[in-house]
Design a protein around this ligand. Structure first.
Ligand code: PXP
Length: 250
C-alpha cells in the first residue's frame, strides 16, 4: 500500500501571526509542499484561531490541487464550517482537556453520544471523517462503531519517549501503535498516524504496513527554516519511502 504524506502547514501561520499581517502565507507553503511531493495538505482551524484562520481554509480549498484535511474540534461551529467548505477529509481532534483520553487523543468512548451525530453530518456532506485517537483497543473499536471510516493514531507519546531517550516507554508505545494499527485494519478502518514525527520516527513508522497516511507539521516547518520547505518535504518523502520498503519485513 502506498504511504501518503499530509503536510500540516499550521506553524507557517503561527509565524505569520507572531507579527500579524499576511506573511509568510500558509497557502504558498501548501503549494510548495505539493510541488515537492506532499500528497495532501492538513490544517487545524482551532476554536481560538491561534494559527490557521477561516480565510486560510477558504483559500486552501480554492487554491490547492490535492486533498485538504481539515483538523477540527467536534463543535457545532466547526461542523458548519466543514459542511460549507467541503474539505476532502475532516479529522476530529480534542481541544479541551475533558475531550481527551489519558494518552492525549480524542475520547471516542466518553464522547460517543456527542460524536455520533457530528460524524453522521460530516459523512452526509461527503467528507471523509477521521478520529484522532490513542492506539487503545477500546477507542479503536468505538471509532468503528461510530461509523468513522478512518482513525489517525496519536504518535505523540511514542515520539516524546524517543526524543527523551526513554527506551522502555518508547518500546511500549511502539507495540501499542503496531497492535492498534493491526486491530483497526481488521475492523475495516483506514489507518493514519501523526504528531511529533521527524525523519527517523517517520521512517520507522512507515514500515507498519497498515498505515496509509502520515500527517506531519511542526518538524517540517522547523527544518524548513534551515534548508527550505521543498528540500525538507523531499527528504521526508525519501525517509518514508525507505521505511515503507521494509514494510512486512519484521
Ligand atoms: N495530526 C493531528 C491530528 C494533529 O493534531 C497534529 C498537530 O496539529 C498533527 C498530525 C501534526 O503534528 P506535528 O505538528 O507534531 O507534526
Amino acid at each position: 500500500m502506498q504511504l501518503r504524506l499530509g503536510v500540516n502547514i499550521d506553524h507557517v501561520a503561527t509565524i505569520r501571526n507572531a507579527r500579524g499581517g499576511r506573511l509568510p502565507d500558509p497557502v504558498r507553503a501548501a503549494r510548495l509542499a505539493i510541488e515537492a511531493g506532499a500528497d495532501g495538505i492538513t490544517a487545524h482551524l482551532r476554536e481560538d484561531r491561534r494559527h490557521i484562520s477561516d480565510d486560510d481554509i477558504a483559500r486552501l480549498k480554492a487554491d490547492i490541487k490535492k486533498p485538504l484535511n481539515l483538523e477540527m474540534a467536534a463543535t457545532d461551529e466547526m461542523i458548519a464550517i466543514a459542511v460549507r467548505t467541503k474539505p476532502h477529509a475532516a479529522c476530529l481532534v480534542p481541544e479541551r482537556r475533558a475531550e481527551r483520553t489519558t494518552e492525549g487523543g480524542l475520547d471516542a468512548v466518553g464522547g460517543r453520544l456527542a460524536l455520533k451525530p457530528k460524524i453522521a453530518e460530516l459523512r452526509a456532506a461527503g467528507i471523509r471523517v477521521s478520529l484522532f485517537i490513542a492506539a487503545e483497543p477500546t477507542q479503536i473499536k468505538e471509532a468503528a462503531a461510530l461509523g468513522a471510516p478512518v482513525i489517525e493514531i496519536h504518535t505523540g507519546a511514542w515520539c516524546h519517549a524517543l526524543a527523551d531517550g526513554h527506551k522502555a516507554a518508547a518500546d511500549t508505545e511502539w507495540r501499542r501503535i503496531r497492535e492498534g494499527a493491526t486491530l483497526a485494519a481488521s475492523l475495516g478502518l483506514e489507518v493514519h498516524a501523526g504528531h511529533g514525527l521527524d525523519y527517523a520516527s517517520a521512517e520507522a513508522i512507515a514500515a507498519v504496513p497498515e498505515i496509509a497516511e502520515l500527517n506531519i507539521g511542526h518538524f517540517l516547518v522547523g527544518e524548513a527554516v534551515f534548508v527550505g520547505l521543498a528540500e525538507t518535504v523531499r527528504a521526508m518523502r525519501a525517509a518514508m519511502d525507505r521505511g515503507r520498503s521494509r514494510a512486512g519485513k519484521g
